[in-house]
Every structure is written in structure tokens, then in C-alpha cells.
Design a binder for this molecule. Structure first.
Ligand code: ADP
Length: 275
């Protein structure tokens, strides 16, 4: 049985969950809240939202880390433009890499020599690696640890939900039938694991006409019905735009004011859902 004294969920946790929560907390770490960011499918902007959320939390004055659990498709270092840095391995544990703003980052790509090398590992090895990112990384004192989960409801996501005391999960979706159907599977999984869904960020919701500024809906999907059917709330809608695309090219410093404002409002809603 795990030592639950430091766990932010210790008062809410069911006996069943405590029995599966077998990973010991690292004695050097005191992480107050863990926010997972999840999607059903890849390519919907999950990592972008995770990085922006972590960044906004730093800007709001919190001590923040980001754990890249998308082990086979790690994109967090690039989104933060720290892909050339490497984590330091000490006897006491692994020191996360610091982004310019003090955000602590751990990703498999910060441990391997060449970021282009693929990891061709089976599920248990992938899950074991992510578990180590929780037990062996020296996160120290954090107000928030944001976890960028892999897409879907596979092995690694299951491990993260079993061994880390997740405070709440943010879902990222795009307004298309096929995607929302798959996101609803993830929502059901999160509920089954007794974890709260904090809400959905709808990405690529619309485009803004460069001539007249009109918002153009790219897809005709009924987001409201989708959210109502799952009883979850909308945290915000993000446009499909070059500003957001540029994050993957030039890092978060490329983000312009209107997009920053949108992310700030999403972050406020995430924080108020946790309280
Ligand atoms: P995921 O983590 O879901 O696989 P990413 O966050 O890695 O998705 O995003 C996939 C690609 O789509 C990246 O190149 C990213 O810059 C781009 N992207 C994400 N959201 C938007 C958006 N709203 N507008 C334009 N490009 C976007």
C-alpha cells in the first residue's frame, strides 16, 4: 500500500484506488496538484494545450512542472524550445530541465541522445518509464504538475491514472463526430478511474476571416450536445490559426496576445474547477 500522507486526493480517495496506487512518493517531492491533459486521438492539439496550460500557470505565479507521458511521440521539449538541453541524472534522482521561465520539464527526449531516435518498446516498458518520471524525477515542491498523456486509452494512460494521484483531467477535442466519439471513451475511462474531468478545451473550433474578422466554423458539429451528453463543461474554444501552429516552430514565445488571453481564461477555468 502506498504512503498516502502527501497525496492531494487522500480525503477523496476510495479504498479501491488506494490499493492500486502502489507507487511510493519520492521523499524529495511535494506535488500539490496533478492536472492530466488527455485526448482521444492524436493531432488534436493536446500537447500544445498542455504546454500552454503549464506556461500560464507559471505566469500566474505558481511553481509548475510538466511531465511528457506521450513517450512514443514526445513533443513537449520542442514546443518549449528546449530540445537541445538534456536532463541531469544524479544519485538522488533525475533533475528536470528548466525552461526559460522556470517551468520544470521531463520528457524521454531530454534523456536520449538524438531526439529523432524512436522508442520501439512494448507497453510495460513504456509504462515503467512514465512511472519513473513520477518516482525518480526531482520535481521537489510544485503547486501544479501538468501531465501530457499519450492519445487514447492505452497502457500508459492507465498506468498514469493508477499510480499518480491525479487531481483532475482536461480533455482536448476538435468538433468532429469521429473525434468526440473517441474522446467520450477517454472521459468514460477517467470516470471509471474515479478521476474528475475538469472540462473540455475545443481546439480548431473556428477560423477568423483575415479580411472581415468573422468567425468561420470549420466543422458543423454540435459541441453543446456532446458536452451535455457527457455532463462536462467547455473550458474554452481555440481557433485554427498560424499563431498556435507557430508554437511548434518557434516555441511559446511566438504566441500573440489574443491567443494568450484565451489560454489565460482556460487556465482560470481549470483552476476554479479544481477548488
Ligand atoms: P497532439 O498532442 O494532440 O498530437 P499537438 O499539440 O502536437 O497535438 O499538435 C499537432 C500539430 O497541430 C502541431 O503542429 C500543432 O502546432 C498544430 N496545432 C495544434 N493546434 C492548432 C491550432 N489551433 N491551429 C493551428 N495548428 C494547430
Amino acid at each position: 500500500m502506498a504512503d498516502c500522507s502527501q497525496c492531494p486526493l487522500k480525503d477523496k480517495c476510495s479504498t479501491e484506488k488506494k490499493q492500486t496506487c502502489v507507487v511510493e512518493n519520492n521523499p524529495y517531492n511535494n506535488v500539490k496538484n496533478i492536472i492530466g491533459v488527455m485526448s482521444g486521438k492524436g493531432g488534436v492539439g493536446k500537447s500544445t494545450v498542455a504546454v500552454m496550460l503549464a506556461n500560464e500557470l507559471v505566469e500566474k505565479g505558481f511553481k509548475v512542472g510538466i511531465l511528457d507521458a506521450d513517450v512514443t511521440g514526445p513533443s513537449v521539449p520542442r514546443l518549449l524550445k528546449i530540445q537541445d538541453k538534456r536532463a541531469t541524472v544524479l544519485e538522488q534522482g533525475i533533475l528536470p530541465v528548466l525552461a526559460d521561465n522556470g517551468l520544470k520539464v521531463m520528457s524521454l527526449n531530454l534523456l536520449i541522445e538524438d531526439e529523432n531516435t524512436p522508442v520501439i518498446w512494448r507497453g510495460p516498458i513504456l509504462s515503467g518509464t512514465v512511472k519513473q518520471f513520477w518516482t525518480d524525477v526531482l520535481w521537489e515542491n510544485l503547486d501544479y504538475l501538468v501531465i501530457d498523456l499519450p492519445p487514447g486509452t492505452g497502457d500508459v494512460s492507465l498506468t498514469v491514472m493508477q499510480v499518480m494521484p491525479i487531481t483532475g483531467m482536461v480533455m482536448v477535442s476538435v468538433p468532429q463526430d469521429m473525434v468526440s466519439m473517441i474522446v467520450s471513451k477517454s472521459v468514460t475511462m477517467v470516470h471509471k478511474m474515479n478521476i474528475e474531468v475538469l472540462g473540455v478545451v475545443e481546439n480548431m473550433s473556428y477560423m477568423v476571416c483575415p479580411n472581415c474578422g468573422t468567425k468561420i466554423k470549420l466543422f458543423e458539429d454540435d459541441t453543446k450536445n456532446f458536452l451535455d451528453s457527457l455532463n462536462i463543461k467547455l473550458l474554452g474554444e481555440l481557433p485554427m490559426c498560424k499563431d498556435i501552429l507557430n508554437i511548434s516552430r518557434s516555441g511559446i514565445s511566438a504566441v500573440t496576445e489574443p491567443i494568450k488571453k484565451e489560454f489565460s481564461s482556460i487556465t482560470d477555468k481549470v483552476l476554479s474547477s479544481i477548488k
